[in-house]
Each structure stands twice: as structure tokens, then as C-alpha cells.
Ligand binder design. Structure first.
Ligand SMILES: [Zn+2]
Length: 358
């Protein structure tokens, strides 16, 4: 009788939780929905129709590590796929999320997660502060998530830098502010600040040097052989270093160099936007950063103004190969380089006071 009861229990357990094979398999990553290539145009005054944006599984990185991303062609901030990529690692230990997507699509992001798991939401780690990565933080905290990030990200959230017009940024939604914080240690680049064992995975939260922002974290999944590399690399639009939040183009170069050291040749790298890459794919991007920084530095040393440097069209050689190469995207990149090569203000508490322009 006793044995029989055990057998029944074991059978029930097997039915309820399908066995997951947790070794890396060669068929991964699997693209479910390809990201858009554009070009995209939006009329003047266009507003993102959040009610039309869907959040779906766009890639599978392992049997229990899925990518969530938004619809193509609707969100001018990211027309190739609305929002930032979010990841969900799932299984009997609960759900671990990397980034929370935009606030407007919190319910839809949860619904997408519920399409493949009923496990409780337990951990959320933020790769950086931008709203397409942290917007639904408070919503997922209400689902039970403990939120992890660099302390610089928490500082950026609690004390946002002034906006370009000199006005203070919006106050933080306290429920969405990370509470489990750690710092980047310049003496040990690449060392994980947090390592979690969940759902057959070993997950490392690796704080980065100030690069895309001063609060960046990359997330490594050792079994799946995947690293979420967030936004210091992008292959849709020109590079973006958020200097007001402590980022810099030279910091993004350091971040790329660190990835070369810690990723294997076959490691799947997951940028916040664009397509999945391997570390070999980062080389042309790195070369472009070096080239543009050097050219802008030369022009600025010759006394050229920002207007003159923008007019020099330094990105022309790259426009053929860079998708999403809008004027706004290249002007932002050149302006970053211009501000960085001379009189670049220091980072204080994750923020930098950038020159204001009318
Ligand atoms: Zn992003």
C-alpha cells in the first residue's frame, strides 16, 4: 500500500512537471519570430499604440530559457521590435527574469510568461536603467520578484539626471527600485557579483564598468552557454552611450573587450535589441567605435564646432551595413563622441552632468 502510494505520487509528479534536459543542445538558439530589418518611417506626432503591441516569445535559448520581445513596426524607439529583450529562466525553482520591458506592457509580458510556465516570479535583474528594460519593475515586484541591480542603477533611479531641457527627471516608482544591489569592482572586471542556482542553471550577474550607463549588468547562463549583453552593443541603429547616466563610448569599448575574454567562440550573446550574435561579430562594431572617436577627436582638435563635425558625415562608410541608420541615430552617436573627446565631465553616483544645448 505504502509503495503503491509512492508510485502514484511519483507518477503525478512526472506528469505535472515534464522532465527538462538541461544540457546545452546544438539546436539552440531557436528563432521563433525574426526581428524586423526596416527601414521604418513614422509620421510627425506619431504616438506608440501600446494597445497594439504584443509581447511574444521570439527566441528559445535553451529548453527553459526564453526571450520575450515586442512587435515590429509600431514603436519608433525600437521599430525592429518594441521594447528591450527580456529573458525568462523557468522551472520548479520559480522564474528568473532579466529586465522587465516597458511599463505599458507589464500585463502582456506576464501573460507571455504564463504561456509557458505557472511557476512563481521570484527574481528580476536589471541590465540598465532605461525604461524599455525597467519600466514594468514595480509590476513584477507586485508578482513577487526581488529586484537586483548595480547600486549605480538604484542611484540613477532615485536621483535621475536632469533632462536635456534642464528639468528634473520623473520621480522613481519606489516599488520598482532594486533592493538587492551590488557594485562594479574595477580590480576584478568580469567577476560575478551574484551567482544563483535555479532550474538546473547557474546564473551569474556580472556588473560592468560604466559603458552603456554606469549601472550595467550582463547576465551569464552557464549551462545554456548564453550571455545577455544588453545595450553596449547594438546592430540596429548607431551606438548609444547614455553619458548623462554615466555611460561612455570608451567604456563600451572596454565592455566589448571584456566580452572577448569571458565568452567562448560559440557562446550566444543576446543584445538588448537587434539580432543574436557571437563574440566574433563584435569586431566590426568595435572598429567603428575606434574609428569614429579618432576622427571626431582630430576634427575637434582643429577647432571644429559640433555643427561642423556633424556635417562631415563621418558615419557615411557604415551606412550601407548598419540597419536602422536614421539621421537621429547617427547624429546622437557623433554628438556623444564630440562631447567625450574633450572636457568630458566625471561620473558621480552613476551620473554625469553633460553640457546643455538649446
Ligand atoms: Zn535597450
Amino acid at each position: 500500500m505504502k509503495t503503491r502510494a509512492w508510485l502514484l505520487l511519483a507518477l503525478a509528479a512526472t506528469t505535472a512537471v515534464p522532465a527538462i534536459v538541461l544540457t546545452q543542445r546544438s539546436e539552440y538558439p531557436i528563432t521563433v519570430v525574426a526581428r524586423g530589418k526596416g527601414p521604418y518611417t513614422f509620421p510627425d506626432g506619431y504616438q506608440t499604440p501600446w494597445d497594439r503591441i504584443e509581447i511574444m516569445v521570439t527566441e528559445k535559448l535553451s529548453p527553459n530559457l526564453f526571450v520575450l520581445h515586442g512587435s515590429e513596426g509600431l514603436d519608433p524607439a525600437h521599430p525592429d521590435g518594441s521594447g528591450g529583450r527580456a529573458l525568462a529562466l523557468f522551472g520548479s525553482d520559480g522564474v528568473l527574469m532579466v529586465d522587465s520591458e516597458n511599463r505599458q506592457v507589464g500585463e502582456k509580458t506576464l501573460k507571455a510568461i504564463r504561456s509557458f510556465t505557472n511557476a512563481p516570479i521570484k527574481v528580476l535583474v536589471n541590465s540598465h536603467i532605461h525604461s524599455d528594460h525597467t519600466g514594468a519593475n514595480a509590476f513584477f515586484a507586485q508578482q513577487g520578484a526581488v529586484i537586483f541591480s548595480q547600486d549605480n542603477l538604484r542611484n540613477e533611479m532615485l536621483h535621475p539626471p536632469l533632462r536635456a531641457n534642464g528639468q528634473p527627471g520623473p520621480a522613481a516608482e519606489m516599488a520598482g527600485v532594486p533592493t538587492a544591489v551590488y557594485a562594479y569592482d574595477p580590480s576584478a572586471p568580469g567577476r560575478p557579483a551574484v551567482t544563483l542556482t535555479m532550474n538546473g542553471e547557474t546564473v551569474d550577474f556580472i556588473p560592468m564598468m560604466p559603458s552603456h550607463t554606469a549601472g550595467d549588468t550582463i547576465v551569464r547562463f552557464r549551462t545554456a552557454n548564453v550571455i545577455y549583453i544588453e545595450d553596449f552593443y547594438r546592430n540596429f541603429g548607431y551606438p548609444f552611450a547614455d553619458q548623462a547616466n554615466g555611460g561612455s563610448v570608451s567604456g563600451m569599448l572596454d565592455a566589448i573587450d571584456l566580452i572577448q575574454k569571458i565568452a567562448g567562440a560559440d557562446t550566444t550573446l543576446v543584445p538588448g535589441h537587434g539580432t543574436l550574435v557571437k563574440k566574433g561579430d563584435l569586431a566590426p562594431y568595435r572598429a567603428m567605435l575606434v574609428d569614429i572617436l579618432a576622427k571626431v577627436k582630430t576634427l575637434r582638435a582643429q577647432g571644429k564646432s559640433l555643427t561642423e563635425v556633424l556635417a562631415a558625415n563621418l558615419t557615411a562608410p557604415y551606412d550601407r551595413t548598419i540597419l536602422g541608420d536614421t539621421q537621429q541615430s547617427k547624429d546622437r552617436f557623433i554628438t556623444e563622441a564630440f562631447d567625450e573627446v574633450k572636457d568630458f565631465p566625471p561620473v558621480v553616483d552613476g551620473k554625469r552632468t553633460m553640457p546643455r544645448r538649446p
